[in-house]
Design a protein around this ligand. Sequence first.
Ligand code: ADP
Length: 664
Amino acid sequence: MKIPFAPQSAEQRSRPWRWLVPVLLVLLFLAVLIWLPWQARQMESNERQEQLIADTLWVEQTLRFELARSEEALVALGADLVVQPPAPAVLQMRMAQMAKNGPELMRVVWYDADGKVMAIHGSDLPARGLAEATLNAAEVARATRRGRYSEPYGATQASHGMIDFYLPLYDRGEFAGSLVASYSLQVLLDETVPWWFAQDNALSLIDGDDRVVAQRAAGGPGRGVYTHRRELDLPGALMVLSTDSVKSAPNLLPNLLVGSVIVLALGLVLSLGALWRHISRTLAAESALRQQMAFRTAMENSLLTGLRARDLEGRVTYVNRAFCQIVGLPPEEVVGMKPPMPYWAPEAMADYEERFRGVLSGNVTPQFETVFQRSDGARVPVLVFEAPLVDVYGKQTGWMSSILDITDRKRVEELNRQQEEKLQASARLATMGEISSMLAHELNQPLAAISSYTAGALNMLDRASQSGEEVKPALLRHALEQARQQAQRAGKIIRSVHEFVKKREPERQEVTIRSVIDGVRALIELQTRQAGVVLQVQLPPDLPPVLADRVLLEQVLLNLTRNAIEAMHDTRPYDRILRIACERKDGQVSVSVIDRGHGIPPEVAERLFSPFFSTKAEGMGMGLSICRTAIEFHGGTLTHAPNPSGGTIFTFSLPEQAATPALG
Ligand code: ADP
């Protein structure tokens, strides 16, 4: 598990800047959202205005086309009147045709050169003659010799305005009369402008003094929002076509749009706020988690105990630094691996596989010692503790092991063991030293006996050679046999001493208590004889063997008996009995050394097994301490109790060696 952690990483420091970009983007988005409907409204407004202008131009063209058509008909009629005036009836017919083609044409009058009315069609002439505007136009027309329109006239509250076209007629350059056509501007508007245009727009014709001379508003009055004015380009007449759309500024759609934009924007801001809060909380949690992880990683890395996690299939999912150091492998060579593991030592393969079967079946050994193999081949003794790995829902997901490298502990244990051995050997030597005078005395006897037997034999031979008597082979044989026996006895004592003190490795084997007692019996008897003590040995025949080191047990027995004999120093001679009683009880074989000595007072009992504690002037105080260590080394116990008949009972018990035939 790798946890990237830096207390204040560059990433964290740049966090405010990272926020700025989305915030700016959101603000930009909002601005665009608000600007869009406004822009749409503006575009629509422009479109309407442009449409109105185009329509107005079209209407102006139509009006002018209508008037131009009428103008052409008048010019043609005028030309005919000058060259060959038609019959009055024909003239009337042509005029009627003209009025029919253009309903706005209200009247046509033909004047001769003197101003006399030659023919008239349409409404009657007003009593006061031509309007002043017409007369003004006639003056200019005659001067320029071209037809000309008058200013609009006659517009009042009740009636709409009129416009006249004055066409002077010339016969070979001579003024020959005139044609005056009067148009109703209202009819012009009504007839020429199509209904759909009038429905959408209020139209009016305005004269030079800004007076309305004709108007049409089928769809109601204009709103004054979209308007356009276009001058009608008629020679002599100043007239403006004004259009005013009945449409107001577009608003319903933008309102809806703006409303939804505002609601959306508010929603967006609110959700952004919520998101911000959520992310802040997540970031805070993440930061806390990082701290925790960093703390945990630091803790794990500082541990000397190896940690290893495995899933339920036995695949390694995690190892810490200490584990990698123990096995001498990088994490990537261990994590993800399934048994056999690279750190398994070949000689212990069967053990590992046995334990791994346990892991798969869900029952692991909670604590055990084993050996791992480092990558360099060295063996590492380890102590492994296994515990189930449980997830947040309480479900077991695998196993967590902690692994202790116990190389040092093992070394110390080995050192202790060697020290202990040395101490035991020294103690044995000391014991021998203490009983050396007895030993010398004991050896002296067989040696003296050998000496006297061999001397006797020699004497026998000398006498025989001097006297010439025959040597009695039976006598000589007896003496030599006795000498041999004594030599064997001395050899046995020397051997037992040698066996006892020689330096050796402790070695466990099946031993019987009988053989242990026999091993040291000569040395014990040596002391009992000296001290005037009677030795009694009680040995049941069915005593099973124990798994132990024979010399250590002999040392214990020799120590206990020596202490017992010494304790009986002041006991009355007939009470000086040393009993060695053995029994089998609860799967244990126990040996009691029972004396009738001075017993152990409580203050001595407290420190009995402490090294170097002795109540004796020349005592070393190591005997009982070594005895207890030796017995516990064999998985047994050493206890003491007062003897009911006076004295002390020291008892050591060892587990019996089951299911093996008793050795004897
Ligand atoms: P040492 O014999 O050199 O003193 P031990 O460790 O063998 O050292 O004994 C320690 C002490 O325990 C002895 O000095 C003695 O006082 C006491 N002790 C041992 N065995 C007996 C016993 N059988 N009866 C009374 N006292 C004993």
